[in-house]
Design a protein around this ligand. Structure first.
Ligand code: FAD
Length: 347
């Protein structure tokens, strides 16, 4: 379904301009810009023909500067890289970041501000929008010009076309899975956008806000990141225990895949919350999604139904997962997974 929301007649003129200038709020890790943030650059290119894209990177120290240098040459659409280097940005706390976006926006007067809708963007962009007194448009899956966007509603069961009629800037979070980054031809690589440092002298001392960074705990794994993996192997409540999830981990290792889980599996304590796929978890769209012991609840489908090939194994022939599966096997996963482990060669 596609719903149309037209703006009220008294708001028919929008202030977001046709020639866009966009600020992309980007994430970096280990001295490189994250692949998801490049999707926000791809989304920005659909905002207008003569759109100039500035990339904002914040952090502290040498890995930030390395990321800025790499970012400057990673996409021809990036016309400048803005660097905010301060101890305040050493950890990803939303408050100082939101203040930074406000500061940079007020100096640069951008028509659009974009971040991807991962936990980073979802945390920062709405706060920055509140500081700038505008309403963000979230979870955008299609950009049709500077003011018209498509976003899912009702847990992804309908798509809604919205027109932004508010003041500048128009602030968007975009789904990285909807804006894949095409491999760049060698001759279209950027020669290097200029890098400038943001003057942080006017940033309030109290911009740290009320939150305090305690620690980052993350699974130290060789497997690919769930959000950008080409293959995802997901387990549901049907796996029955944390111990049984180890079978899936082994399968993921053999396939070079990321492991995902349903909320029921997370709530039962089989796996940590960061593996949850779905409406309230991660949104994924890999080339191959394999679901074992997953019923296919609407909230789970919302996070994976755009995968290119879906394979489901469930012992209940009526499980709703089979309605979205390209290949379905009605079978006991405790027989199927060991068989797959035996048949797939060691990596
Ligand atoms: P179940 O529904 O219990 O299904 C288990 C399946 O395993 C069954 O189909 C069963 O036939 C099969 N099975 C059992 N044993 C075997 C076996 N031996 N071999 C083969 N198959 C077997 N869920 C998410 O996943 N992600 C979300 O982000 C999410 N967000 C939510 C947000 C809200 C507001 C709400 C209300 C719910 C949300 N949920 C989410 C929960 C969702 O509604 C379902 O409860 C959940 O997805 C079910 O997980 P499941 O498929 O693992 O478990």
């Amino acid at each position: 379904h596609r719903l149309c929301s037209t703006s009220p007649p008294f708001l028919s003129k929008t202030s977001a301009s046709r020639s866009a200038s966009t600020l992309v709020v980007a994430e970096h890790e280990g001295g490189s810009i994250k692949a998801q943030s490049l999707s926000a650059v791809v989304a920005a290119t659909s905002l207008g023909d003569d759109n100039s894209v500035s990339l904002l990177l914040a952090g502290y120290g040498s890995s930030l500067l390395q990321a800025a240098e790499r970012a400057a040459t990673c996409h021809p659409s990036i016309s400048q890289v803005l660097v905010a280097d301060s101890e305040k940005f050493a950890n990803p706390l939303a408050e100082p970041w939101a203040k930074l976006v406000q500061l940079v926006q007020q100096k640069g007067g951008y028509s659009h501000v974009i971040a991807t809708s991962g936990s980073f963007g979802k945390n920062i962009l709405p706060r920055a929008a509140a500081l700038l007194d505008v309403s963000p448009v979230t979870d955008v899956v299609e950009v049709n010009g500077p003011t018209q966007f498509v976003r899912p509603i009702y847990a992804g069961n309908a798509l809604c076309t919205v027109r932004y009629t508010g003041a500048n800037p128009c602030m968007l979070t975009v789904r990285s899975t909807s804006f894949p980054v095409p491999p760049l031809a060698a001759d279209s690589k950027s020669n290097g956008a200029p890098i400038s440092h943001v003057d942080l002298s006017t940033l309030d001392e109290d911009s740290i806000g009320k939150s305090r960074y305690i620690k980052l705990s993350s699974e130290d794994t060789e497997r690919p990141d769930l959000g950008s993996a080409r293959i995802v192997v997901t387990g549901g409540r049907g796996l029955k225990s944390a111990e049984n999830f180890k079978m899936l981990e082994k399968l993921a290792e053999k396939l070079g895949a990321a492991v995902g889980a349903t909320r029921a599996a997370v709530d039962a304590g089989f796996v940590p919350n960061e593996l949850q796929v779905g409406q309230t978890g991660k949104i994924v769209a890999p080339d191959l999604y394999m679901a074992f012991g997953v019923s296919g609840a609407i909230q789970h489908l919302a996070g994976m139904k755009d995968s290119k090939f879906i394979v489901a194994v469930n012992k209940d022939a009526d499980a709703p997962i089979f309605q979205v599966a390209d290949y379905g096997l009605v079978a006991d996963l405790f027989e199927v997974i060991p068989e797959l482990l035996e048949k797939f060669p060691e990596k």
